[in-house]
Write a protein that binds this ligand. Structure first.
Ligand code: IMP
Ligand code: MG
Length: 173
C-alpha cells in the first residue's frame, strides 16, 4: 500500500513558478531564451514556467534514461532523444523536475555545453540537496526538499502520479 501526503499544493507551486519566471524575465531582459525540458518529468513544470516568462521563448525537449529501478539511480545516463536544433549562441535553460544526485544534469550540461550556447542555466522545480554526489547547483530552484520520494506535478513512480496537481511524498510500506 502507498500513501500520499501533500508537500506543496498547486497554489504554492504556481506562486513559486511565477516568481522563477519573473526572475528569468529580468535576467534575460531583451533577449531570447530556449527552454530545454527533460522528458517526461519536466513537461508540466516547463509548460507553466514558459507562460510565466515574458520574453521571446521557444521550447525543445530531450529524453534520457537512467539505469536502475524507479527509486534508485545507478549513475549511468543514456540519451534517448537529443535536441532538434543547434544551441549555438542561444540562451538555454535546461528544465528538470528534480535535482537529486545531480548525475543526470551533470551529464546533460556537459552534453549541451558542447553546442556552445551563449548561456546555459539549470531550472529545477525541486532540489534534494542532501542527496547530491556531483558538484552541481540549480540556477533557478523552486523548493529544497528533504530526502523523501516525491510524486506529482510531472514526477512519477513507475510512470504513475505525474498528473497530480500537488507535489506529494509517496510513503510505501
Ligand atoms: P539525479 O540524476 O540523481 O539528479 O536524478 C534525477 C532524476 O531522478 C529526476 O529527473 C527524476 O526522474 C528522478 N528522481 C529523483 N528523485 C525523485 C523523486 O523523489 N521522485 C521522482 N523522481 C525522482
Ligand atoms: Mg526525470
Amino acid at each position: 500500500m502507498s500513501d500520499l501526503k501533500v508537500l506543496f499544493t498547486h497554489e504554492q507551486i504556481s506562486r513559486r513558478v511565477r516568481q522563477i519566471g519573473q526572475k528569468i524575465t529580468l535576467d534575460f531582459a531583451g533577449e531570447q531564451v530556449l527552454l530545454v525540458g527533460v522528458l517526461k518529468g519536466a513537461a508540466i513544470f516547463l509548460s507553466d514556467l514558459a507562460r510565466a516568462i515574458e520574453l521571446d521563448t521557444t521550447f525543445d525537449f530531450i529524453s534520457v534514461s537512467s539505469y536502475g529501478n524507479e527509486k534508485h539511480n545507478s549513475g549511468e545516463v543514456k540519451l534517448l532523444k537529443d535536441v532538434d536544433q543547434s544551441l549555438e549562441g542561444k540562451n538555454v535553460i535546461l528544465v528538470e523536475d528534480i535535482l537529486d544526485t545531480g548525475l543526470t544534469l551533470t551529464y546533460l550540461k556537459g552534453m549541451l555545453m558542447a553546442h556552445q550556447p551563449k548561456a546555459l542555466r539549470v531550472a529545477a522545480l525541486l532540489d534534494k540537496v542532501s542527496r547530491r554526489t556531483q558538484p552541481i547547483q540549480g540556477d533557478y530552484v523552486g523548493f529544497e526538499i528533504p530526502d523523501e520520494f516525491v510524486v506529482g506535478y510531472g514526477l512519477d513512480f513507475a510512470e504513475r502520479y505525474r498528473n497530480l496537481a500537488d507535489v506529494c511524498v509517496l510513503e510505501s510500506d
